[in-house]
Design a protein around this ligand. Structure first.
Ligand SMILES: Cc1cc2nc3c(=O)[nH]c(=O)nc-3n(C[C@H](O)[C@H](O)[C@H](O)COP(=O)(O)OP(=O)(O)OC[C@H]3O[C@@H](n4cnc5c(N)ncnc54)[C@H](O)[C@@H]3O)c2cc1C
Length: 408
């Protein structure tokens, strides 16, 4: 839909073309449900967006016949999650050992994935996407949500729909406009993302390494052509870090990861870093009459475990499984929307509970300590038992309630 009508009618209007919105739009179109997908930005190119695709997401794509193509988009395939301190080097999750068609975490730049999916969806007659379409208002008729008003290139447009889906991420406009309150928790940390060139002669495994020092911590993801690093700092301490100067920061990284000593100096300006204020939370009710929130709009995920994209995709699959027929037959009720929440919420709460535990027991105590950190006993025990390492990998990869696409 290159030149939108001032007013468009459709069955489903989705706000936000992130992983949740794009997958939901693709699947609705595949089921013959007309969709208008509105994306506020001009493209999908965002620096430091999540890019870890677990087996549960790859299996969904496999069902659609896309897994081979998508796996080719991987910058790398992560087999292990390792935890290293000055005294310990332990493996806590063994993805390579999982019984799965996809025994790895695919590191796929989100921009490539979204472009691929939108290209595929473009072949379906019921799929319509409008870029640079910023939703500004929810339309209501007799107290029921009935579509949106959006702005594109300074002009105002409207979409009338049976169902509006807010898939517009952590700062969701749909959530705010519908006056749905987000119950937030502020984990004790913020993350400074930056990328470092891979040092010549470095023998890097395809793994995610967590390095912990005295009061400091960095997560390193080998992305094939560079290393993506997340330097974890106490919440609100970014200003202090900047005041100490970039050299101090470079030295901190070298003390955690000496193998980066030849390339960390490539990060010489704070502009090369992006600070993520870590927030987690969820809304109590994911829906109102005619409106449903999914993905980060319904539950903001902590970066722990790199699962946010995967939960967004699983929400989208469940949404279409539960609602497609009711929408097609124009018998959609608020009870149907409640079924989406009942299906997905337990899995979300479970992983958020796990993330909270990891944040408190590992990250918080590591950041607060000025002594060399020793991993908690349960983690050390897990690292010694192969079966447990595979179980943890499987839990991160699939969660409590992996979804499969129905109606194919
Ligand atoms: C820095 C960072 C690193 C992360 N790393 C990882 C990781 O490694 N692995 C992982 O699994 N997760 C990661 N996450 C979390 C992950 O990105 C999210 O959980 C996931 O993207 C949620 O998908 P979503 O589709 O719900 O929302 P989003 O991906 O946030 O997509 C929302 C879309 O809505 C659009 N939008 C917003 N407002 C409007 C509007 N008013 N009108 C129209 N469009 C609008 C936005 O432009 C965006 O395209 C990370 C998050 C951040 C911020």
């Amino acid at each position: 839909m290159s030149a939108p009508e001032l007013s468009t009618k459709t069955q489903v209007c989705i706000i936000g073309a992130g992983p949740a919105g794009v997958i939901a739009a693709y699947l609705f179109s595949l089921r013959g449900v007309p969709v208008v997908l509105l994306e506020g930005e001009n493209n999908f190119d965002r620096e430091f967006r999540g890019d870890t695709f677990h087996a549960s997401s790859l299996e969904v794509l496999d069902q659609l016949g896309f897994a081979d193509d998508v796996v080719k988009l991987c910058n790398s395939k992560v087999g292990q999650l390792n935890f290293k301190t000055s005294e310990y080097s332990i493996q806590v999750a063994d993805f390579a050992g999982m019984k799965s068609k996809f025994p790895f975490v695919g590191i796929i730049p989100q921009v490539k994935f979204l472009n691929y999916m939108v290209r595929k969806a473009g072949a379906l007659p019921d799929f319509n996407i409008i870029m640079r379409a910023k939703v500004k208002e929810l339309k209501q008729v007799n107290g029921k949500n009935s579509g949106v008003k959006y702005k594109k290139d300074g002009e105002e447009f409207e979409v009338d729909s049976l169902l509006t889906i807010g898939a517009d991420g952590r700062g969701s406009t749909a959530r705010r406009l519908a006056n749905i309150k987000l119950g937030k928790t502020s984990p004790p940390m913020d993350v400074l993302w930056f990328r470092v060139a891979i040092p010549k002669d470095a023998e890097l495994q395809e793994s995610v390494d967590i390095r912990v020092g005295s009061g400091s911590m960095v997560v390193m993801v080998n992305r094939g052509d560079y290393i993506q690093c997340g330097y974890i700092i106490m919440k609100g301490s970014y200003k202090e870090l900047r005041n100490e100067g970039i050299e101090h920061f470079q030295n901190e990284i070298i003390s955690l990861a000496p193998e980066l000593s030849s390339t960390i100096f490539g990060v010489s300006d704070w502009k090369q870093c992006a600070i993520l204020s870590v927030v987690t939370g969820s809304v109590e009710k994911w829906y109102q009459e005619g409106l449903l929130l999914i993905g980060d709009a319904a539950h903001i995920m902590s970066p722990v475990g790199g699962v946010g994209i995967n939960y967004a995709i699983q929400d989208a699959v469940a949404t279409v499984n539960i609602l497609a027929d009711a929408i097609k037959e124009e018998r959609l009720s608020t009870d149907d929307l409640a079924k989406v929440q009942s299906r997905r919420e337990p899995a979300v709460k479970f992983i958020q509970g796990f993330q909270l535990f990891a944040q408190k027991r590992i990250i918080s105590s590591a950041l607060k300590s000025d002594k060399p950190f020793s991993p908690p006993l349960p983690l050390r025990i897990v690292s010694k038992i192969s079966f447990m390492r595979k179980r943890i990998a499987k839990f991160l990869a699939y969660g409590k309630c992996p979804e499969r696409v129905e109606g194919l």
